[in-house]
Design a protein around this ligand. Structure first.
Ligand code: NAP
Length: 352
């Protein structure tokens, strides 16, 4: 690839926006050209607008960039743009992403457009063929650009593990989550609400897990997505962990393969990003830990540079067929890393 594509990040000061900035340093295909956020931040230097909470230092040239407003005119005034990463709050993302998509490819982490019929909901390992939907979207909406969405963070890691189980005729999924604080953005959950505590409610999360997974794992037929025909029941909790969602998953399969076959199905699973050797692809999308007390967020969330999903405690179940624990880094695989991987998939398909 000769010239790097110039990218704008909408919501650059937030938990996901910061992760985009961190992961795009030294990216072979993309370079950051515009950082945009709310009126509170616009016009300020990034270092004055943002409370940087990444583990690595704020890159010096990023610190000095001036933050733009999240509208096309302000972004274009701030720099050249080839594509847009959006990590805006859901309510705002609806109209703002549409404004940008009229002109640019938009890769969105927000929920606003995810379930629209002509909008792809992509996990590159699972449904790379769904990118074709953007051609229909562009025709219907008269856009030069498009919107491609990434699923909710808890859904991404679960869906990646469900994909290799579908060969055994997956029928039902029950999942209970223990979700990290960074999933609520920055500053997110007030400390006095979560220290010494677990909050058994995350607004909208259960509904997203129950519906998005069926679209992602559905099939692209005749210009539309036919939803997968298993059922998901989710119960979501916020826990006092910085990064990394842990999920307890129970699956009902029509077949009853031996445990070793389930383990092998997880470990051997590969998708388009691995075959295409996309820059952000983990070598192994699913890593199986065999220790009796893993995966754990603090020790396992960074495996595969935070892009691998880690499973463990795979065992048979007396009511469902199998149960296992599943861990994913919510702001890497579940957000910015997943968004970048999606954009890479569109680039190799000649669509962005
Ligand atoms: P966040 O930390 O609260 O950041 C929100 C960003 O949006 C900030 O840059 C903020 O700018 C900007 N913003 C807020 N109100 C705005 C307005 N009125 N106009 C323009 N910009 C505005 O949230 P986040 O966790 O990064 O999440 C961003 C999106 O990604 C959300 O839709 C979320 O649901 C989704 N998501 C998050 C995760 C995760 O793990 N955190 C995972 C998957 C998806 P200021 O700093 O100027 O206010």
């Amino acid at each position: 690839m000769s010239m790097k594509r110039k990218v704008a990040i909408l919501g650059a000061t937030g938990a996901v926006g910061q992760r985009y900035i961190q992961l795009l340093q030294e990216h072979p295909w993309f370079e950051i050209s515009v950082l945009a956020a709310s009126e509170r931040s616009a016009g300020k230097k990034f270092k004055d607008a943002c409370n940087w909470v990444m583990e690595t230092d704020l890159p010096r040239e990023i610190a000095e960039m001036q933050v733009a407003n999240v509208d096309v005119a302000s972004v274009e005034k701030a720099g050249d743009v080839d594509l847009v990463f959006s990590s805006l709050p859901g309510d705002l993302a609806g109209p703002v992403e549409a404004e940008f998509a009229a002109i640019y490819p938009v890769f969105s982490k927000a929920s606003a457009h995810r379930m629209e019929k002509d909008v792809p909901l992509i996990i590159p390992e699972i449904n790379p063929d769904h990118v074709e939907l953007i051609k229909i979207q562009q025709r219907l909406r008269g856009w030069k650009g498009f919107i491609s969405t990434d699923p909710n963070c808890s859904t991404i890691q679960m869906a990646i593990t469900l994909k290799p189980l579908m060969q055994f005729d997956l029928r039902q999924v029950m999942v209970s989550t223990m979700q990290a604080l960074s999933g609520a953005g920055y500053p997110g959950v007030p400390s006095l609400d979560i220290i010494d505590n677990v909050v058994p409610f995350i607004s909208g999360e259960e509904d997203k897990m129950e519906t998005e997974a069926l679209k992602i794992l559905g099939t692209y037929e005749g210009g539309a997505i036919r939803y997968a025909d298993f059922k998901v029941s989710a119960s979501c909790n916020r826990v006092n962990v910085k990064d990394g969602h842990l999920e307890s998953i129970f699956v009902k399969l029509d077949q009853e393969p031996p445990l070793e076959q389930i383990e092998a199905a997880f470990e051997d699973f590969r998708g388009a990003p691995q075959l295409l050797k996309l820059p952000s692809a983990p070598a192994q999308p699913i890593i199986v830990r065999r220790e009796k007390n893993r995966p754990q967020p603090r020790y396992d969330r960074d495996l595969g540079n935070g892009m691998s999903v880690v499973v463990g405690r795979i065992r048979t179940d007396s009511i469902m067929t199998f149960k296992y624990m599943c861990l994913g880094h919510n702001t890497v695989r579940g957000a910015a890393g997943g968004g970048i991987l999606s954009a890479e998939l569109y680039v190799v398909n000649g669509l962005a």
